[in-house]
Write a protein that binds this ligand. Structure first.
Ligand SMILES: [Zn+2]
Length: 114
């Protein structure tokens, strides 16, 4: 697996995706409150759960992480992605190479042309 640093286009794309997602959730929350419909609340809940899984899957497929100690670059599992804290594009991870725990920098998986 090859990795490359996150570039400004990646950041812009992330902000666009996240903003669209939050707008969609906000519209659903407002519709649920204003129409006072419990069925809408259930749809909203299902949508939030499904999109949390979908977003995590996307993040796992898109990003790898670089160890702050030894610079080893590695992939993480869905489970690790869901259960570990992150701030911005750093995530608190244990490096599979040197075993040290630290705030690993996200890097993009660069798929090599076949
Ligand atoms: Zn390491």
């Amino acid at each position: 697996m090859q990795f490359r640093p996150i570039n400004p286009q990646d950041r812009t794309r992330n902000i666009v995706v996240l903003t669209a997602f939050l707008a969609l959730v906000l519209v659903q929350v407002l519709a649920t409150i204003m129409l006072q419909r419990t069925d809408l609340a259930l749809i909203l809940l299902a949508f939030c759960l499904l999109s949390a899984v979908a977003l995590t899957k996307w993040a796992v497929d898109t990003y790898g992480y670089e160890c702050p100690s030894c610079r080893h670059q590695f992939e993480i599992s869905m489970r690790t992605a869901l259960l570990t804290p992150h701030i911005g594009d750093r995530k608190l991870l244990r490096c599979p190479s040197c075993g040290k725990r630290g705030w690993a920098q996200a890097v993009i998986k660069a798929h090599q042309p076949k």
